[in-house]
Design a protein around this ligand. Structure first.
Ligand SMILES: CCCCCCCCCC(=O)SCCNC(=O)CCNC(=O)[C@H](O)C(C)(C)COP(=O)(O)OP(=O)(O)OC[C@H]1O[C@@H](n2cnc3c(N)ncnc32)[C@H](O)[C@@H]1OP(=O)(O)O
Length: 251
């Protein structure tokens, strides 16, 4: 008798658990649908001050108090290289202009954004020093980009070390700007990255990206991540970016 009661209770607990799970999943779907119906690209709930909005007022690529000596030193070295015109500094405003143009694109079933104001790109959604601190330089003739990057504590993977996702994010973003400046708006079709050595949080690395080959709409790029003194090779990547076929797009 007692066994029977125990079995009934177990079945009934299982039922309530499954029902709870189902309701939670339905609620999540409804929230998602609500967000989609509003034709927004982020959750419907008000994120308030947690969300950093794009601002053209501040150039986040310039040195700030969180920058280490290494980062400042490299930044000034590259600024010097800009004096003869071979390299150009890519300001936050230039990145913002690209983002603005990208937000007006209509491609592959993604409607252009209606909002005049939109959230910052992933790499700019952190407070000074906590996430991605970087500056980029472009060499048009050599089809190269250099990104000086210092990853903060919010990008941690293994204790004290940068998360691989954060590393590939910075590599991908840098070469995406390079391929876009080379042939127009492109998207990453693939990026194959090899992590050779771990990167300590707060250390400065140099991401070098270059265009290897262009075949019609396809841009093949390679990139490397080195320590500031160039002695340590942290990562290497090869990638394909495809120019957006806007004629094929829906309007
Ligand atoms: C710059 C400022 C704004 C940027 C902000 C930061 C951006 C950060 C960069 C990213 O993270 S982008 C986000 C991650 N990527 C995506 O979500 C892309 C998803 N994939 C797609 O939308 C499409 O697959 C893609 C646009 C890449 C290509 O689709 P399409 O329909 O335009 O091209 P199609 O499929 O016709 O292929 C064109 C050529 O590329 C080749 N291809 C495409 N994908 C490939 C692939 N994965 N591997 C090898 N080849 C590929 C394809 O075989 C073909 O070669 P052929 O011309 O020789 O026949």
């Amino acid at each position: 008798m007692r066994e029977g009661l125990r079995a009934t209770l177990a079945v009934s607990a299982g039922f309530w658990c499954a029902l709870g799970e189902m309701l939670r999943s339905c609620a999540a779907r409804l929230r998602m649908l609500g967000a989609l119906r509003k034709d927004e690209h982020w959750p419907a709930r008000n994120l308030g001050p947690a969300l950093r909005w794009f601002s053209s007022e501040k150039d986040f690529c310039l040195p700030n108090p969180s920058w280490s000596e290494d980062l400042r030193h490299l930044f000034h070295q590259f600024m010097k290289k800009c004096e003869d015109g071979s390299w150009t500094y890519i300001s936050e405003k230039e990145m913002l202009d690209l983002q603005k143009k990208a937000s007006e694109l209509s491609f592959q079933n993604v409607k252009p954004m209606k909002k005049k104001q939109f959230p910052s790109t992933l790499t700019r959604n952190f407070q000074e020093g906590l996430g991605f601190e970087y500056a980029m330089f472009y060499n048009k003739d050599e089809r190269r980009i250099v990104c000086l990057f210092q990853g903060g504590p919010l990008l941690q993977g293994f204790p004290g070390l940068l998360h691989g996702g954060a590393i590939v994010t910075m590599v991908d973003y840098s070469i995406s700007i390079l391929s876009t400046k080379t042939i127009g708006f492109t998207m990453t079709a693939y990026i194959n990255i090899t992590y050779k050595r771990p990167i300590p949080i707060g250390s400065v690395v140099v991401i070098n990206g270059q265009v290897d080959k262009i075949e019609e709409r396809k841009v093949f790029l390679s990139s490397s991540v080195h320590s500031a003194d160039e002695k340590t090779l942290y990562s290497e990547a090869t990638s394909l970016f495809v120019q957006l076929n806007l004629e094929k797009s829906e309007t």
